[in-house]
Write a protein that binds this ligand. Structure first.
Ligand code: ZN
Ligand code: FE
Length: 255
């Protein structure tokens, strides 16, 4: 059997997610926003926590680590460039490193911009990516420690993953992201289709995550800054993609 996942909410709008290898009985939590809901998810699934894979140092992704580590003696894997800012790190990793969760093999991708050392985890055989606060469905993280050029570069790395890759992100922001995206590309059909899908998911009290990279590329304006039509509609025809990205990010910050 291949990998299994369990998705749930933590704090206000953070996602907690477990990645489980049924062959070895190993289970990783991607980030640790809050210990209690992670413990509940472990109880519900009957899985044993063996690893925590951290995407970046922000408290809403790390504050549950201490309690979970104490209880489960799990291994904590974190971005090398932020290891000093995260408590209880056992292993620090960066671009190109392999992270094993039982038999599951993940590859680390440096995706700086939201924070300077932010990383994402891609499991090619499972076609799963865990992207923290770099990419959201129909949105992206705020550029806090990096600059727009760096963030755009990180987003293009995630965009280059296979179209049928499912990605899990750090927050449930999709509905608000869609409202904003429509102001950038009101006539984008893929965006309209995603808006319908998200409307149905929310009406059914379901999460809008995971999303698929291929569909996301067609609908998420933050992944479309190198599209000539998008640049033109923002009055930035011919400008480098990162500048178009910066303008979209700036408008979102003000929205
Ligand atoms: Zn964050
Ligand atoms: Fe966050």
């Amino acid at each position: 059997m291949s990998a299994q996942t369990k998705l749930f909410l933590c704090l206000k709008d953070n996602f907690g997610v477990l990645l489980h290898d049924p062959q070895n009985g190993t289970t990783a939590a991607i980030d640790a926003p809050e210990a209690a809901p992670i413990e509940t998810a472990l109880k519900q699934t009957g899985w044993r926590l063996t690893d925590i894979l951290v995407t970046h140092h922000h408290a809403d992704h790390t504050q549950g680590i201490g309690e979970l580590k104490q209880h489960h003696k799990c291994r904590v894997v974190a971005p090398r460039k932020e290891a000093k800012r995260i408590a209880h790190v056992d292993e620090s990793v960066g671009e190109g490193d392999t992270v094993r969760v039982g038999a599951l093999e993940g590859r680390v991708i440096d995706t700086p911009g939201h924070t300077a050392g932010h990383i994402s985890y891609f499991f090619p055989a499972e076609k799963l990516a865990f992207v923290g606060d770099t990419l959201f469905s129909i949105g992206c993280g705020r550029v806090i420690e990096g600059n727009p050029e760096m963030m755009w570069d990180s987003l293009t790395k995630l965009r280059a993953l296979p179209d049928d890759t499912q990605f899990y992100c750090g927050h449930e922001y999709t509905e608000a992201n869609i409202r904003f995206a429509k102001t950038v590309e009101p006539n984008n059909k893929a965006l309209a289709a995603r808006a319908d899908e998200v409307g149905e998911l929310i009406a059914a009290h379901k999460f809008t995550i995971p999303a698929m990279i291929g569909a996301e590329k067609a609908a998420n304006p933050f992944l479309r800054a190198d599209n000539a039509e998008v640049a033109k509609s923002l009055g930035l025809a011919g400008k480098p993609a990162w500048q178009v990205f910066a303008e979209i990010r700036e408008r979102k910050n003000r929205s």
